[in-house]
Design a protein around this ligand. Structure first.
Ligand code: FE
Ligand code: ZN
Length: 274
């Protein structure tokens, strides 16, 4: 089980996140709060791996944080709740009726305490209309952004429900503006395929080339490529780089083209890119 902590301090309030691989290529994330003696799961994608991860840390489950209503992210909610009936469930208010067990509907900018940690929920429509990114901080080390299928390492989710303008605002107006050291913990292991597309869009981008080598080494060892960082995403992710001249040229846009139109063209090309 991969474990990542963001603070070298031995303070027991530091944020510990255990990656929980689910289904084929999904990631749930167990937020472990040793000081308060509880844990929380971001995306109970599948029952067994989530229950096993909770059992491994041996702490009661306080909450499920659902990033969006797709089955591969909430498919374990009901059974995880049956095993941990005191847990509460967060999700966007517009996803009431779509996120099983939702008890705490959220609006953009809502903040709440999760044991020792503070959470800000950002509404990031685009992939779905109720998509939420949870930004979790221990007030000391870097924050973690749990981005679901909105922002992937080196890519973004498909536009199933939202418009290109909504996705552009979610990615470039909200997520790219988080502090550069913010960890990007996304919902799928899509990094290698995303980087292949990024290199196709920007063949001269040396950050992309370096990342391709680093990711290949991780995957060869069977290790996850998450988390990334916001600072790195700004260098490698074409969907955060819609104002970079090389990216605009690639899709046939010019300086006067609306940025969300550049995003739309990129996303459309990626949909059929092999
Ligand atoms: Fe999804
Ligand atoms: Zn998904």
């Amino acid at each position: 089980m991969p474990t990542a902590t963001t603070s070298s301090s031995t303070s027991s309030t530091s944020l510990r996140v255990d990656i929980v691989p689910c289904l084929n290529d999904n990631y749930g994330y167990l937020i472990v709060d040793e000081a308060r003696g509880q844990c929380a799961i971001v995306d109970a994608s599948e029952t067994k791996p989530v229950l096993d991860a909770i059992a491994r840390v041996g702490l009661p489950l306080a909450a499920i944080l659902s990033t969006h209503h797709h089955h591969d992210h909430v498919g374990g909610n009901a059974e995880v709740l049956a095993a941990h009936p005191k847990a509460i469930v967060y999700g966007h208010s517009s996803d009431q009726g779509r996120i099983p067990g939702l008890t705490h509907p959220l609006e953009d900018g809502a903040t709440f305490e999760l044991g020792s940690f503070s959470v800000t929920a950002r509404h990031v429509p685009g992939h779905t209309l109720g998509a939420v990114t949870y930004v979790v901080s221990d007030g000391d080390g870097p924050a973690w952004a749990f981005t679901g299928d909105t922002l992937f390492v080196a890519g973004c989710g498909r536009l199933f429900e939202g418009t290109p303008a909504q996705m552009h605002r979610s990615l470039c107006g909200i997520l790219a503006e988080l502090p550069p050291d913010t960890r990007v913990a996304c919902g799928h292991e899509y990094t290698a395929a995303n980087l292949k597309f990024a290199a196709h869009v920007e063949p001269q981008n040396t950050h992309v080339a370096a990342k391709i080598a680093a990711v290949a080494a991780l995957r060869a060892k069977g290790e996850p490529t998450v988390p990334g960082t916001i600072g790195e995403e700004r260098e490698i992710n074409p969907f955060l780089r819609v104002d970079v001249p090389a990216v605009r040229t690639h899709v046939g846009a010019d300086a006067s083209t609306d940025s969300s139109e550049v995003l739309r063209l990129l996303r459309e090309e990626k949909n059929s890119f092999k």
